[in-house]
Write a protein that binds this ligand. Sequence first.
Ligand SMILES: Cc1cc2nc3c(=O)[nH]c(=O)nc-3n(C[C@H](O)[C@H](O)[C@H](O)COP(=O)(O)OP(=O)(O)OC[C@H]3O[C@@H](n4cnc5c(N)ncnc54)[C@H](O)[C@@H]3O)c2cc1C
Length: 313
Amino acid sequence: MTSAVLDHVRTSCLESLLPGRVRLREPLRRHTSFRIGGPADVWVEVADPAEIRAVQRVAAAEGLPLCIIGGGTNILVSDLGIRGIVLHPGRPLVSVEWADCPEGVRVRAGAGLTLKRLVTEAIARGFAGLEFAEGIPGSVGGGLLMNAGAFGGELSQTITAVEGVDASGAVCRLARDVLQFQYRRLELPAGLVVTHVEFLLTPGDREAVEARRMDAKRRREKHQPLGYPNAGSVFKNPPGKFAGRLLESVGMKGERRGGAMVAAEHANFILNLGDATAADVRALMAEGARRVWEQHGIRLEPEIRFVGEWGNA
Ligand SMILES: Cc1cc2nc3c(=O)[nH]c(=O)nc-3n(C[C@H](O)[C@H](O)[C@H](O)COP(=O)(O)OP(=O)(O)OC[C@H]3O[C@@H](n4cnc5c(N)ncnc54)[C@H](O)[C@@H]3O)c2cc1C
């Protein structure tokens, strides 16, 4: 983005509307679990629909693309970074409301709330349905978009509605029957910024719920590498197969490109050993996908989302 446009954004209503929450040329490695990513031209933390609308207006007036980053735990941001405005759901989009109902409890969670806090609070209150998500990082909004899941559970099983601000700036509510969840994916109308997600949880036996949570925790600790920045599984599991096993079978464990390495514990995890670039990670993914295609005839589909400007990469 030209510095003239940046200066305009700086002096536009955005900074006066959102004091202290607009940052220019913000390094995105600060906002991704990979600790990788070039700068965002503009990084804005928004708190409510009015602020989202204000950002949408500035983006439209300046002809700037708008993208959303939640917890940044399922994305690979390019080394060149993101042109335009990155919108980040912040406070008070971390609120959570609990309302008893005949089936159990209706929970309205802000998109910026961490999944971890939602899971912990649900279990502490004795409600079942989210134990599988123990240990999945990121936000409620990102979890919705990714239909995050593990060990046979996924968020779609308990979500009943989504609230957000659509591309025209209108507040909207999407009921469960129009939400078309797929494996690690929910397609929403283009430009929709999710502000809240509603869940229906059922009462559970506290000890049984806690035992399921501990089981998920143990399984995660046993199979997932800890210690280096990563973004979880980089490829989706193809139908009936595990991407990690396929990648292991073609010798990807321990493979390195620059500062990125395929984890020795789990071949579907790529670790940033300290100075990995997005290009290093892409190169390792391309190598793994090529070997699996050539040796098994299976096309691996990325689970992580590539965002930003990639040049010729
Ligand atoms: C160690 C580790 C373990 C993991 N284990 C699992 C696992 O077991 N299962 C699993 O499913 N995932 C796992 N993940 C991946 C990741 O944590 C999940 O996909 C998570 O739900 C992503 O949430 P996020 O807030 O970080 O989303 P982000 O990475 O910030 O964004 C993901 C997508 O959602 C969009 N988005 C985010 N917020 C909003 C919003 N408010 N409105 C509209 N769009 C939005 C973004 O534009 C982007 O396209 C793991 C990641 C790590 C690092």
